[in-house]
Design a protein. Sequence first.
Length: 77
Amino acid sequence: MRKVELIYLHALLAKTHDYLAARHDLPERFDEYETDEIGPYQIQRRKEDHESATRLLAERLADEVADDERELEVPEP
């Protein structure tokens, strides 16, 4: 993936993170990403830095969505 594409993906995931944060409190699993100094708008950073931050954010978002889905599951009678 080219750096421009990676930064775009990072920005989309960051917007999703912001949306979830506005809707409800996010668990501590996002602390590592939030304290990281690499955001999607810091284009001067290395591609590897953005890739690491993007992977971390994607994993945390996937975990959060999976947890929400488990809470919504209705047990079968």
